[in-house]
Unconditional design. Sequence first.
Length: 194
Amino acid sequence: MMQTNTLLELRNKIKDKKPVFIRQDNPKRMKLNYKWRKPKGIHSKIRHKFKGRRKMPSPGYKSPRKVKGMHSSGLKTINIFSVGDLTKIKKENEGIILSKNVGIKKKYEILKKAKELNVTVLNLNVDGQIKKIEDFISSKKKAEKETKKQEAKKEESKEKKGIKETKEKEHESTHKDKKEYEKKEKDKLLTKKV
């Protein structure tokens, strides 16, 4: 039996030689999608496997069965979406791949737990990501504190403005009252003379 390392090397060689399997007339007809479909035409040159035509998928391009689905490091991959999924790992030759859709808080918890359990994370650098997330969270907290301070200052300034405005209004109202009172007195005097 071959060791996994040699099988992985063999798989890499096979993948290097493997062509891109495109649907028969895809470059001619853009409506067709790139997904492989078996050619079924009677005169199809690809179906007849003529020399110089595109290659069709065949078992010869398969990777060795023992290495199928393995990571290039030789570990079996397990997709993780939550902290509870870490219980799936039972063997030492298994590594985890964190889903792209996991949020920052969950990702932080999963990475911490993985570090405690000595589980290898295949698609991320654990220490670098943890540091990055901690920096992001601390900067966010600082920003929140600053916004709270600014809001408090705005409220104080509004209160001060409100006090000034009320004083000005009172002053204006007293000034108006005085003018009205003087006007009434003048009217009384004028009406008395007549």
